[in-house]
Write a protein that binds this ligand. Structure first.
Ligand SMILES: [Zn+2]
Length: 275
């Protein structure tokens, strides 16, 4: 029996996820585009900056953060992840300050979202090993950097996660490359990051609209939030196979898919299967 862990949710071979930072007013428009095309994203919020005073001006565009009331249900079809309480350079903080910045943000965002917040994006994209270790100890399971790979491999370092590309980096070409990929035996992930206010500053909302339109409704793509993908991959790695690979047990609560002798197999949570 040849077993390959090469399938996402639903037996699909590819996953697409988006990651947007800072909780700004332009998220409203971005979410309406994502929802129109069935694209899923993660929004990294600074719960200590949800006020008028936290706005700024970039190249003549007024950028304002959403208030707590405005955040309300806005992100309900997507993931809310942490981005620290007030957006400092984390590596310059004392240990106590670092813990406060992460845990207070988690608490506030969990009150808004109603679920444990386990995702993170580094403010300014900066971090060091000490920050990584601290995040791991505070229940953060993945943390996005601003580094990019241009590729579609599954990121190895979840707490120093590099994405495929920023949305201003040949997004449409990358999307077409992703759709035409045929890397059998591999999981493929397209991971895009950015700030929704950049579409106003760069006056290029048509890029994200066209991208979402082109990549939507592909039967081999799973559209998921960052956390859904991380949870799925962890559960997939947690499958228990017998020594001769003829029996498999899924100790997780998620339905999982993989390939056994070139056949796609589905195993539901808590089940044991003879292959
Ligand atoms: Zn930020």
């Amino acid at each position: 029996m040849k077993v390959v862990l090469d399938r996402f949710y639903g037996g699909k071979r590819k996953a697409l996820t988006m990651s947007y930072d800072d909780g700004v007013r332009q998220d409203i428009r971005l979410i309406s585009i994502f929802n129109k095309y069935g694209i899923k994203g993660t929004f990294n919020l600074n719960s200590g900056n949800m006020n008028k005073e936290s706005g700024w001006n970039l190249k003549g565009v007024e950028i304002s953060r959403l208030s707590r009331e405005e955040v309300g249900e806005l992100y309900k079809d997507h993931e809310i992840a942490a981005h620290s309480l007030t957006h400092p350079h984390l590596e310059s903080l004392s240990k106590e300050e670092l813990i406060y910045e992460i845990m207070e943000d988690r608490k506030n965002l969990e009150e808004i979202s109603g679920y444990p917040v386990r995702g993170f994006a580094y403010p300014f994209g900066t971090y060091n090993q000490e920050v990584i270790n601290a995040l791991a100890g505070m229940g953060i399971e993945y943390a996005r950097t601003v580094e990019t790979t241009g590729g579609f491999k599954i990121p190895e370092k979840l707490l120093a996660l590099a994405s495929t590309c920023h949305h201003n980096d040949k997004l449409l070409e990358k999307g077409r490359e992703f759709l035409s990929l045929n890397r059998g035996g591999n999981l493929n992930l397209m991971y895009v990051w950015g700030h929704s206010y950049e579409f106003d500053v760069d006056n290029n909302w048509e890029v994200i609209e066209e991208f979402c339109s082109e990549v939507s409704n592909d039967e081999d793509v799973w559209y998921a939030t960052n956390m859904e993908i991380v949870d799925y991959l962890k559960a997939l790695k947690g499958l228990k196979f017998s020594a001769d690979r003829s029996i498999v047990y899924n100790p997780s609560a998620l339905s999982l898919w993989f390939t056994a002798d070139n056949e796609v197999v589905r195993i539901d949570g808590g089940h044991t299967l003879r292959l």
